[in-house]
Design a binder for this molecule. Sequence first.
Ligand code: B4P
Length: 194
Amino acid sequence: MFNIILFGPPGSGKGTQSEKLIEAYGLIHLSTGDILRREIAAATPLGLEAKSVMDKGNLVPDAVVVGMISSALDKNPQAKGFLFDGFPRTEAQSVALDELLAEKSTEIGVVLALDVCQKELVKRLLHRGLTSGRPDDVNEAIISNRIIEYQTKTMVVANYYSKFGKVVHVKGEGTVDEIFVSLRSEIDKRLSIK
Ligand code: B4P
């Protein structure tokens, strides 16, 4: 099993690249953002709780997202590997993920960190907001809050996995295909020495 974390700030291209990576490598895509938006659309109690937090650009409580990931892992015992997109977003989530994977006798193979400057992030998210209808994309103040949440709570995830030598930085600016080629090359290097 080969498990990947696709890491980066909001708007860095995690969702975009995940779509291509899961197809190329046959991985199961676990995007906590997508799972939460599905809960909101279905108006479940979890979705209703998450909506007010997400609409402000804040992070949903750790226990909620860890529970979602735990049940998704249990539902896919035959997976070749998982692609974690937008998770973990705090150090506590990272520790919890490592424990969940260890219970299944597996681990994170690589953390691919997409580097994109703040000006480009804001530009991309405002542009997506024009068509996505996502409440957290339409307003620059909320986008700035998401970036602050990333800087204050999520950047530590890269430090955490750096201690285990698992983080690789990839330039996240350029065309979608150029970035995909860079990501593939980093994954293939690791798969060839497995
Ligand atoms: P996510 O759904 O993870 O949202 P995101 O970070 O904005 O998405 P992403 O980074 O995947 O978007 P992409 O760049 O692909 O999270 C939303 C919210 O959910 C969070 O704020 C939080 O409230 C909550 N949440 C989720 N996970 C959580 C967790 N683990 N813990 C707590 N809370 C959690 O796309 C952005 C735009 O850029 C798109 O329009 C795309 O087309 C464009 N784009 C992509 N690549 C490009 C390129 N190379 N050039 C130009 N444009 C590009």
